[in-house]
Design a protein around this ligand. Structure first.
Ligand code: BTN
Length: 335
């Protein structure tokens, strides 16, 4: 109900919505509306109530409550169920717990969000630092009818959605470091961890977890040189933009829903690879391929329809698959 009130107030951002109109749209009494408005004010929303005019949303806090998130969503099915927690070990772990203990018809498209992770997980067994209120930590739970061998591409789809959502909300222009890190000015701003439960020919569930650095002003020593946040990057441009994580989440989900539907049609990236390559930071650059069988260098040309990176070596073009190797710039993370 609070999500719906926020939605109606947001649609009328410049003006007032009468109590009567709110009652009509929500199908509840004026007393109920008054009670919900009071709860929203208590949660930090600035809502002006003027007699004979109604209510106007003046300002909203940067919170990730279920009502705040749902009131901003522009999706058809993704996020039909949003589970918000003030604190979790990890949104990926929680999403997996949900998938393993309930019926898939209830969780397909579910989004699990938290304000703080106590055991946030990164790729290759690393931790993902997730202090309270600093970032956007969320996981999407999916049950696609695809072959397990096609599932890795969902991560690249998610990377595209993150870039587009961030660009829309902040005006920044991040890029993708293949396969799925998002970078700004050579530093990492988003990490994606996709996990799957499958049988040989059947996907039980896929959890796509995303961490976006939003408000951090400092990072742990190990990543201090290679990580940045949206606030820091907006600040470098001399802009004073307040970033609302729920708005950012809604934008990323909107793009993900669209790209994911396109991906599902062919179960590959044939219809998306041109756009992906356009967003690729490594494209046309020298890369070091850290292959366990032997490191080599080449020039990254872009991805193919399976999401493999095409690397031009002296006399051949090699297809690099993300599960096997990492790719770095010749001199550092990107360059
Ligand atoms: C990486 O190593 O780059 C991937 C980081 C993924 C972090 C996100 S935060 C939300 C979700 N929950 C986790 O525990 N990890 C992912």
């Amino acid at each position: 109900m609070k999500a719906k009130i926020l939605q109606v107030l947001r649609q009328n951002r410049q003006g007032y919505v009468s109590g009567q109109e709110l009652c009509r749209q929500l199908g509840v009494s004026r007393t109920a509306i008054w009670k919900y408005i009071k709860q929203l004010k208590d949660a930090g929303y600035m809502i002006e109530g003027v007699q004979n005019k109604g209510y106007c949303l003046i300002a909203a806090p940067d919170i990730l409550s279920e009502s705040e998130i749902v009131s901003q969503l522009h999706t058809k099915w993704l996020g039909n169920s949003v589970k918000y927690f003030e604190e979790l070990d990890s949104t990926n772990t929680e999403a997996k717990r949900i998938a393993e203990t309930s019926d898939w018809t209830q969780w397909h498209g579910m989004v699990v969000v938290t304000d703080k992770q106590t055991a946030g997980r990164g790729r290759r067994g690393r931790d993902w630092d997730s202090p309270q209120g600093s970032g956007l930590f969320f996981s999407i739970l999916l049950k696609p009818e695809i072959a397990p061998s096609n599932a890795a591409m969902v991560t690249l789809v998610k990377a595209m959605a993150a870039v587009k959502g961030i660009a829309e909300v902040t005006g920044l222009q991040p890029q993708i470091k293949w396969p799925n890190d998002i970078v700004l000015n050579g530093k990492k701003i988003v990490g994606i961890l996709t996990e799957m439960s499958a049988q040989v020919d059947y996907v039980n569930h896929i959890v796509v977890g995303t961490g976006i650095n939003v408000h951090q002003t400092e990072f742990p020593d190990e990543i201090a040189q290679t990580a940045t946040s949206l606030d820091l990057e907006v600040g470098k441009e001399g802009r004073n933009l307040q970033i609302f994580r729920a708005e950012l989440l809604a934008a990323v989900l909107k793009y993900f829903e669209n790209y994911y539907e396109i991906y599902l049609q062919s179960q590959d990236l044939s219809a998306l690879m041109e756009e992906y390559n356009h967003l690729l930071a490594n494209r046309g650059r020298g890369v070091r391929v850290l292959d366990p069988l032997g490191e080599y260098q080449g020039v990254a040309l872009g991805i193919d329809k399976r999401g493999e990176l095409l690397v031009e070596r002296e006399y051949e073009i090699v297809k690099v698959s993300s599960g096997e190797v990492s790719v770095r710039g010749i001199y550092g993370y990107i360059d």
